[in-house]
Design a protein around this ligand. Structure first.
Ligand SMILES: C[S@@+](CC[C@H](N)C(=O)[O-])C[C@H]1O[C@@H](n2cnc3c(N)ncnc32)[C@H](O)[C@@H]1O
Length: 272
């Protein structure tokens, strides 16, 4: 029987996955606040140059160059289509002067050929595509080589006992529901597969709008590899809890003692 086109599918058909991803997952103001503050505290100067690895639609790069007339950014991603989308929807909306201080580079993060910067940023766990120790150490080494003398590498990481489970976490938003789907986790290799689905009020869906094949790295493993790659020091900044709202806060503080939460989020900052 022929499939009858259904109006119920309309919202998913009209949706733009990159727009939804940015809205659901990213918060460039908070990320760049953290980078600025942390660099200033560690290095007693303002960071001026940023390289964002795995930059996707370059939202963080745009936030960076928007914040200062001497700020420059390089966004590195190997996917030309996602960079083109970012150029059209994010970069081209910047004031022309800011736009000139941002360059998108279609390349593998291991060989971007970008000049040395104050900060290399790798967010939303993207560096977990490197699944073996030698591969991740190789990435850390190349990120370190891309830093100026007092540069820093900033990454995020998540974990907790929920991270080891197969689950779907639904977050309802105004016009859609964001679904984080941990579809598979292999305790033998540490490899996991996750998807992002979007579900709309009319019942239509964008299943597996994004899929990630990662290794779930632990914080001690990351810090050991950072040291092996030559970083002088690495620090974990643990996300704080807002007692008032009973929600995770935007504040991340350095610590050697995390909590055994079901789900935690942290930044890892490595100093050259
Ligand atoms: C999860 S998205 C990250 C988007 C954005 N940085 C964020 O914070 O949400 C991962 C991106 O990494 C890119 N990517 C994966 N492996 C890469 C590699 N080896 N070199 C360059 N880009 C890579 C993909 O093309 C994709 O756009």
């Amino acid at each position: 029987m022929p499939r009858i086109p259904s109006v119920r599918r309309a919202q998913a058909l009209r949706a733009d996955p990159h727009k939804l991803y940015q809205d659901a997952v990213q918060c460039p103001q908070a990320e760049i606040d953290f980078v600025e503050r942390t660099f200033k505290k560690l290095r007693r100067r303002q960071a001026m140059t940023l390289r964002e690895d795995f930059c996707g639609t370059a939202l963080n790069c745009c936030e960076w160059v928007r914040r200062g007339s001497r700020r420059t950014a390089f966004g590195v991603d190997r996917d030309g289509d996602v960079l083109a989308w970012g150029r059209r929807h994010n970069v081209n909306r910047l004031p022309p002067a800011a736009r000139r201080r941002l360059r998108l580079v279609e390349a593998d993060v291991l060989a971007s050929g970008v000049r040395r910067v104050d900060v290399v940023l790798a967010l939303n766990f993207s560096y977990w595509v490197f699944k073996r120790r030698d591969q991740l150490r190789g990435y850390f080494k190349s990120a370190r080589a891309g830093l100026v003398r007092d540069g820093i590498l900033v990454m995020d990481a998540y974990g907790g006992y929920d991270a080891l489970r197969v689950l779907r976490e639904r977050t309802p938003r105004k016009n859609y529901t964001y679904v984080w789907h941990q579809a598979a986790y292999n305790p033998v290799t540490g490899e996991m597969t996750c998807h992002i689905d979007f579900v709309f009020p009319d019942g239509s869906r964008l299943p597996r709008a994004y899929t990630y094949h990662w290794r779930l790295w632990t914080l001690p493993e990351l810090r050991e590899l950072l040291a092996e790659a030559g970083f002088r020091r690495s620090t974990v900044y643990w996300q704080q809890w807002d007692e008032k709202t009973q929600k995770p806060a935007d504040e991340f503080l350095p610590t050697e003692n995390g909590e055994a939460d079901a789900c935690w989020l942290a930044y890892v900052v490595a100093e050259k």
